[in-house]
Design a protein around this ligand. Sequence first.
Ligand code: CP3
Length: 358
Amino acid sequence: MTLSSAHPLVDGRTTRSPLVRALRGDRPERTPVWFMRQAGRSLPEYRELRVGTAMLDACLNPAMASEITLQPVRRHGVDAAVFFSDIVVPVKLAGVGVEIVAGRGPVLESPIRSASDVLALRPIDPAALDPIREAVALTVAELGETPLIGFAGAPYTLASYLVEGGPSKDQGRARAMMYADPHAWAALLNWCADVSGEFLKAQVEAGASAVQLFDSWVGSLSRRDYQRRVAPHSARALSHLRGIADADDRHVPKIHFGLGGGEFLDVMRDVGADAVGVDWRIPLDEASRRLGGTTPLQGNIDSALLAAPWSTLRSHVDEVLDRGLAAPAHVVNLGHGVPPETDPDVLTRIVRVVHGEL
Ligand code: CP3
């Protein structure tokens, strides 16, 4: 399986984009910037469009998902779009009962707690991902030279939702299963890896020029548990892109982001990532040192400063840019997603600062 001749990295539309260049280890004239969760609740045009449509229905409506993906690109002039979807979309498409409850997050109809619950999970039918392919294709046709970033949840974060049944404080039940029933745990993480891997593959085949694997809950793990019981499954998720995204000039760069993963950034890179996303807890120069100075970094404006006076935020952004120079390449982002109450004009101003226009 290879990328089609109409893929933006094959026909060359996004090959020279600042984002793709930086993720491949280069320093383009303009430092690229995008924001995790840029498509969503901080934008009035998003809220308006979403009235009367449930979150997962919006994700499975190709025209709507595409329009929401494009909104922040038009408004902020960011260097990439991130596909509007959710980490639980492929879980739902694999037949698991899940909903996204506003203000709470994904909630499971029946949590996966035993080996027999894990055995009952079915693989995802590739045809179920058609609405995703369609939404990506519509979006890429509008984006021109701006790359689309596809994404998926990493197996640990997905499994945490499946076992806990919803958001949880420290993933206690999931981590208990890891020790109480290591075989069921491994089978569950493999299932999650395959579901996320197929979700990534569908997005890349339909035109995404980069991908990000989100491991939002790894902060609850020790380095040892991450290394032994989680990382091999994250590698398996990314391995679904093998063969379609290997050749040098067509290589689809992979970003690996983990919230609270500062103690094992190297392990996160070594699952097959080209770049590592860093949260706000570790300065980029220190993160680069921990990675041996050879890995492109993404990050790490502290979202808490988005509401601070502009002069405070501005010096923080300048410091992030400065520390980012320690890495071979830098993609500016937040240390985590855009909080819903963020003033969107502040995000636009950050883009202008990073682009040297302000
Ligand atoms: O702009 C983007 O980044 C693209 C879209 C995107 C969404 N979810 C849309 C969304 C992405 C990349 C995600 C990933 C995601 N979803 C993660 C990993 C990233 C992270 O933030 O840590 C996780 C853990 C989820 C699960 C999830 N979905 C949560 C915790 C929530 C928040 C619940 C709430 O309402 O506070 C969601 C819902 C969700 N996903 C929304 C959006 C725009 C809000 C739903 C709405 O607008 O009604």
